[in-house]
Ligand binder design. Structure first.
Ligand code: NAD
Length: 244
């Protein structure tokens, strides 16, 4: 018997990294998984594991609405999509600010706006938002707008949890430290000295290594199951001690 038998989960940014590892964990535990991403070719690798794969750009309000209309039942919504803009405030142009807020925060508003009514109608639901330790928890150098968006995700999570607790809808967010995903490797490679950048990233890991996407997926799985039924409105940190 799976821990998510009978549950339907929608996951954004599911083609790689934490979103993908979460889909794999949900599928292993018996959920019906509707995996979405803008990279449909990569996403489709999840089909062989039983996921329903659907192209979805979470910055496109019309597409999000159309997608929600095609999903009759939803128990778990994992809002994973997000982007790391590298830089201080002075490095950040208005377009970078707007893009980061659109993808990292407003996308969650869009997804919740269309799926909450379904959850309210069924008098149950579980939303998990992707935040970060680089947020209101910790100031990280060169993560100005990124950290600001991820702090907003914590605020959004708490506000929604308060508003919908009486509808049996739980809303939590997770706050990872540094997770070994394709985008992390890409960010390291994009540095002028990738070898040094890798050493710098590793040096700040108190456990001496990066977190894995599977370790984060295990936390998300816990929050998605009824094992965590009394937890709502929380920012759950998984950072190997980075924020200590
Ligand atoms: P990633 O960055 O490697 O992959 C992101 C995925 O998002 C890709 O498959 C991409 O196609 C998809 N995507 C991009 N724009 C999209 C859009 N508009 N609509 C739908 N999908 C889109 O994945 P990751 O590193 O696991 O990061 C996932 C989330 O976790 C992000 O929100 C990120 O901020 C957060 N996070 C990551 C780390 C880390 O160290 N990797 C740490 C803390 C938080």
């Amino acid at each position: 018997m799976g821990r998510l038998d009978g549950k339907t989960a929608v996951v954004t940014a599911a083609a790689q990294g934490i979103g993908r590892a979460t889909c794999e964990a949900f599928l292993r535990e018996g959920a019906k998984v509707i995996a979405t991403d803008i990279n449909l070719d990569k996403l489709k690798e999840l089909e062989s594991l039983g996921a329903v794969c659907q192209s979805l750009d979470v910055t496109d309000s019309a597409a999000v609405k159309k997608f929600a209309d095609s999903v009759p039942k939803i128990d778990i919504l994992f809002n994973c999509a997000g982007f790391v803009f590298h830089g201080t405030l002075l490095d950040t142009e208005e377009k970078d600010w707007d893009f980061s807020f659109d993808l990292n925060v407003k996308s969650m508003y869009r997804m919740c706006k269309v799926f909450l009514p379904k959850m309210i109608q069924q008098d149950s639901g579980n939303i998990i938002n992707m935040s970060s330790v680089a947020s209101s928890i910790k100031g990280a150098p060169n993560r100005c707008v990124y950290g600001t968006t991820k702090a907003a995700v914590i605020g959004l999570t708490k506000a929604m949890a308060a508003d919908y607790v009486s509808n049996n809808i739980r809303v939590n967010c997770i706050c990872p430290g540094t997770v070994d995903t394709p985008s992390l490797r890409g960010r390291i490679q994009a540095q002028p000295d990738p070898d040094q950048a890798l050493k710098d990233f590793q040096a700040r890991q108190k456990l001496g290594r990066f977190c894995t996407a599977e370790e984060v997926a295990n936390l998300i799985l816990y929050l998605a199951t009824d094992e965590s039924v009394y937890i709502t409105g929380q920012q759950v940190i998984i950072d190997g001690g980075w924020s200590l």
